[in-house]
Design a binder for this molecule. Structure first.
Ligand code: OGA
Ligand code: NI
Length: 363
């Protein structure tokens, strides 16, 4: 790496190294395929000062939805109460018996792997940073703004409201992505109803605010890493959306930040992880928490995960979102200014992963 007079790496050389990596269009997987044994310094992260929790009771709640349609209102309310508690403390929970067949999960993970493991030349044609595409594959969306890169490749596809161009999706995973999108929209409707109830609002409240209108899938591929202690799979961050529903495979490495410690979110077969995003924290005036999390790099891999973001991202309207009026009172005045989804996301992307955009909107 080039250095200037002060001995510090200069910005031009940092950017040109990242540009060279970007221009390979082969992502982190391309580096691993070359058999590299040491990782480039632009993947090196500052050591994290926080410890792993050793309190065995610190586990994010697993909530069983099997009785969701039970006619006994107290059973339904029991589930709502668990969700409320989880959103107020952890910002995370896992759900089981959510209605999505396990075979769909297997096909989806296989489809995502098939995409990454196809010929590099075929993938290169889809490598892009053009936000107007409905399918965007690249490595590190914030490659030119983040302090250090992540050991991960990602493709993003828009599943709702406009999947009108499914021909843009690669054929190796097209059908399963579209099928998963349909399941996810049904599940999203249910989750936003339960979240509305957990806030003491009518079940349709969040849906009527269009929180469930947009769905974007982020399909991650974390190749095995030769020096995992020097880097991370995903930098510590909170999600920018209203709500995220994540499918992770069996490998593990996802951690949530709780009381200044890292807690492993251990894979539970058949479960989905649900977490509150920044925009839900904003509209609930901090009642529900958008909590930071990260993914460790690992010698073992590849790890795949599919994060479904309920959010319209760059397709959003001029609709303004601020703290929900029904939740405010004299003792609970609004903590945030109103913003559009687009404005929020644009602000976040300029900063790069790891910097919460929420504080920018604090009153
Ligand atoms: C994300 C995320 C976690 C994972 O996409 O925002 O936190 O396990 N993903 O990939
Ligand atoms: Ni996340």
């Amino acid at each position: 790496m080039g250095t200037n007079d002060t001995g510090k790496p200069n910005l031009d050389s940092i950017l040109s190294e990242r540009k060279a990596f970007d221009e390979t269009k082969a992502g982190v997987k391309g580096l691993v395929d070359e058999g590299l044994k040491k990782i480039a310094s632009f993947f090196h992260h500052q050591p994290d000062k926080y410890q792993k929790a050793n309190n065995p009771s610190h586990v994010i709640p697993v909530i069983d939805l099997v009785d969701i349609d039970n006619k006994d209102p107290s059973i339904h309310q029991g589930i709502v109460d668990k969700i409320k508690e989880a959103c107020e403390t952890w910002g995370f929970f896992q759900i089981t018996n959510h209605g999505i067949p396990l075979s769909v999960f297997e096909e989806l993970k296989d489809g995502v792997k098939r995409f990454y493991e196809q010929d590099t030349e075929v993938k290169k044609a889809l490598y892009s940073r053009d936000k107007n595409r409905s399918f965007i594959y690249n490595s590190n969306f914030d490659i030119y703004s983040s302090p250090a890169l992540n050991w991960r490749d990602t493709f993003i596809c828009y599943l709702a409201p406009d999947t009108h161009k499914p021909e843009d999706f690669p054929v190796v995973c097209r059908d399963i992505l579209l099928e998963y999108g349909k399941h996810m929209m049904n599940l999203g409707t249910l989750l936003f109803e339960l979240l509305s109830e957990a806030l003491g609002l009518i079940p349709n409240h969040l849906k009527d605010m269009d929180c469930a209108e947009g769905l974007v899938a982020l399909c991650h591929y974390y190749p095995p890493c030769p020096e995992p202690e020097l880097t991370v799979g995903t930098t510590k961050h909170s999600d920018t959306d209203f709500l995220t529903v994540l499918l992770q495979d069996h490998i593990g490495g996802l951690q949530v930040f709780y009381e200044d410690k890292w807690i492993d979110i251990k894979p539970v077969p058949g479960a989905l992880i649900v977490n509150v995003g920044d925009l839900l924290q904003l509209i609930t005036n901090d009642k529900f928490k958008s909590v930071e999390h990260r993914v460790l790099a690992n010698h073992v891999g590849p790890r795949t995960s599919i994060a479904c973001f309920f959010c319209t991202f760059h397709r959003s309207s001029s609709k303004l979102y601020g703290p929900i009026k029904e939740l405010l009172s004299e003792n609970n005045p609004p903590k945030y200014k109103e913003t559009t989804v687009n404005d929020y996301i644009t602000y976040f992307e300029a900063k790069g992963l790891g910097t919460s955009a929420l504080t920018h909107y604090k009153i």
